[in-house]
Design a protein around this ligand. Sequence first.
Ligand SMILES: [Fe+2]
Length: 396
Amino acid sequence: MTILDPKPSLAIPPEPVGSLVVASRSIVLADRVIPGTVVMENGLIVAVEEDRVLAQAEDWGDDLLVPGLVELHTDHLEPHYSPRPKVFWEPFSAVFAYDAQIAAAGITTVFDSLRAGSDGDSVSLGARLFALGDAIERAKTTGLLRVDHHTHLRCEICSDDVLDQTRDYLERFDVRLMSLMDHTPGQRQFRDEGKLRDYYRGKKKGMSEAELDAFFAERKALHDRNALAHRRALVATGHDHRVALASHDDTTVGHVAESVADRVAVAEFPTTVEAARASHAAGLAVLMGAPNVVRGGSHSGNVSARELAEAGVLDILSSDYVPVSLIEGAFGIADIAAIGGLAGAIRTVTKNPADATGFTDRGEIASAKRGDIVRVRLVDGHPVVREVFRLGRRVS
Ligand SMILES: [Fe+2]
């Protein structure tokens, strides 16, 4: 692993925030929607005045006031860093460009997902993972990032290099969430091997049948060699570093039992109703992709997020690969009875992900919480993010 030269500190003293007072006819609290005024001082909410428009308030009228969104799994940083295969953008610049897009989607706390270990499909960042981690840390020291950034390390457990990469990364950088992924053909997300074959046969890969056979055989050999031992080691490493763990693509109740035994906090993208029900019943927060809601189903042919919401077992939405899907997805499930109205829907992208990762200072509009708020206007049924404030300061 290349150790990068320490960079000079670019820290800029924070500007004083002062007060921010905003009124709206629709303030989305954790359990209901109210008209009123939210008062923030020095970055924190100090009062929520129901049914009152304070004289000094900026009046947002019919625009909704929702808590800043909390995003646990976005893959959107890596494409900013590597916008084409084998093309790498300057990482510091990539982090700021990505940050702006995340903020514009109404997200004020983000877990940047970075992959450790190669999965044999997409090209691993390899040592460049550390250049990206270094750029994130440098960007944070400037005080100029719009969003509060944390790291979600996505660990591809079957790969040969996942343990070294994960341990090196944890030694150098702060990680708040680790997910344990196994994308072996015939397993979990790719339980239907035929569908995966179709994907690889398609234009994108253009592989011959013989090449596909060899590729799948190699992936299965990696699974047999590494999956069990690497999962055990990664779970132990995660707990040692007090990092919240996420399971990934759990499909059977057996998978869920393993996740429960491993003291996993979040069940990412369960692929079946059975796995989602078992996870939710065991106290794991069930996370599904917001694009799954917006597009009306899973791109991999697995269970739909709406179906899980209707069954009362959906806890968290994540934007996955399209940042704006987070707010769209939340409004998209507000009509489902089991969700608990708009307040319940917004909880899946604010309080629930904050709680699942131990952030008790944010995720709802309430006294003493951070002044992370978003102004949203509904236009033709679509939520449009108009303004975003983090710690009472406008960031988008
Ligand atoms: Fe997956």
